[in-house]
Design a binder for this molecule. Structure first.
Ligand code: FA5
Ligand code: MG
Length: 357
């Protein structure tokens, strides 16, 4: 569903009738209308626009015309976020400990993929979408319960597949791993078509990564698993001696595309905008993106990647805390993290379980 106005979402979420699944907190609700990705001078908006611009350029090269959208409602149904995308019924994302539920039928989307099938159904064949996503998570410098994803989708009609598939196909994955087309093919999928789709995906994303990070930054692809793609990959960037996962992607399940009345060959990817921005701007802590401090906000300029200059923070202090749990055993750590965030906001940098007696 496309969003009408952002304050609308906050009112709507506040007025939802609570039930046994409701766990959305007021500090999360306060994030719903911030729309960092709509500010073209905020690092999240700058990276988003750089990627949109890069994909819009394909229009001039006889390639698909990628359309860009970012006005989606973050409130989705359980069906949109999980069922349509083939998540098994016992997937941990469906639980109250991992996701923010409004009630037993609706939640704050945990990934932008939730908004894709609706657009494919409407007939879009090449598009980028971005927005805020919500996951109950730990508290540290790389995890925050709200972050931003930019996703891309391309669906090939049967003609464009047969037209472009040659016999002499480059194998894009030879450097890091060989993709086994026999093993990875979805049941019934045409192997040549699969090769075409994965190769297009690989070159589009590698082109983007090189465009953002230059020729010399080490980048690697790993195979992984998503319920809605086969094969599936993750892209990692080496930053300060650590491999940071910046993207998940793969070849869309044909069953999903069939249910959308679309041709059955297509790819999708999802990029983490904070992760990209942290590497590009040298921003050390994910919480800084939410800062209202002018010393943060005034550092950035439209369409420019600049290096972040740290400013003084509060002097750090450490606190130990111990407590008894009641006997019902229904404690989960994410609820404690939410409680701490609720009371102390982003002043708390890190929470660690030291001992469990
Ligand atoms: C997904 O959310 C998939 N929907 C991506 C996808 C789309 C796969 C389409 C295939 C086809 P994942 O949970 O890995 O996948 O998240 C995607 C990216 O979001 C990650 O690579 C990472 O860059 C970013 N990300 C994930 N969790 C966090 C977090 N807690 N904080 C900041 N960024 C995160
Ligand atoms: Mg991942």
């Amino acid at each position: 569903m496309v969003l009408e106005t952002s304050s609308n979402v906050v009112d709507r979420v506040k007025s939802v009738k609570r039930d046994s699944m409701t766990n959305v907190t007021s500090s999360i609700i306060s994030k719903l209308d911030q729309r960092l990705f709509s500010n073209p001078a905020h690092p999240i908006g700058i990276v988003k626009n750089l990627i949109y611009d890069r994909f819009r350029k394909f229009k001039n090269s006889n390639d698909e015309d990628f359309q860009c959208f970012d006005n989606f409602d973050p409130v989705v149904s359980v069906e949109e976020n999980f069922d349509v995308l083939c998540f098994p019924s016992d997937h941990v994302g469906r639980s109250r400990s991992d996701s923010y539920f409004l009630d037993n039928r609706t939640l704050l989307r945990t990934h932008m993929t939730a908004n894709e099938p609706e657009y494919i159904k409407q007939g879009h064949r090449a598009f980028l979408i971005s927005g805020d996503v919500y996951r109950r998570d730990e508290i540290d410098s790389t995890h925050y319960p709200v972050f931003h994803q930019l996703e891309g989708v391309r669906i090939f009609d049967d003609q464009s597949i047969t037209k472009t598939v040659g016999t002499d196909f480059p194998s894009p994955f030879n450097e890091h791993f060989a993709i086994n087309y026999d093993y990875e093919t979805q049941r019934g999928q045409d192997k040549l078509a699969l090769r075409h789709v994965t190769t297009d995906l690989y070159f589009k994303l590698m082109g983007l990564m090189r465009h953002l990070f230059g020729e010399n930054t080490p980048i690697r692809w790993q195979t992984c698993f998503f319920p809605f793609t086969t094969p599936s990959f993750e892209i990692e960037i080496l930053y300060r001696d650590r491999w940071i996962e910046v993207c998940g992607c793969g070849v869309l399940q044909q069953s999903i595309l069939k249910d959308c009345n679309a041709p059955v060959n297509g790819w999708a990817f999802g990029l983490g905008l904070e992760r990209l921005a942290m590497i590009l701007f040298d921003i050390p802590d994910i919480r800084l993106f939410w800062s209202q401090d002018e010393r943060f906000l005034n550092q950035f300029q439209l369409e420019k990647i600049t290096k972040f200059v740290p400013f003084s923070k509060y002097p750090s202090t450490f606190r130990d805390m111990s407590f008894w749990l009641n006997e019902s055993g229904d404690f989960d750590a994410n609820s404690l993290f939410d409680l701490i965030r609720q009371k102390a906001g982003d002043m708390v940098e890190d929470v660690k379980l030291v001992k469990n007696y």
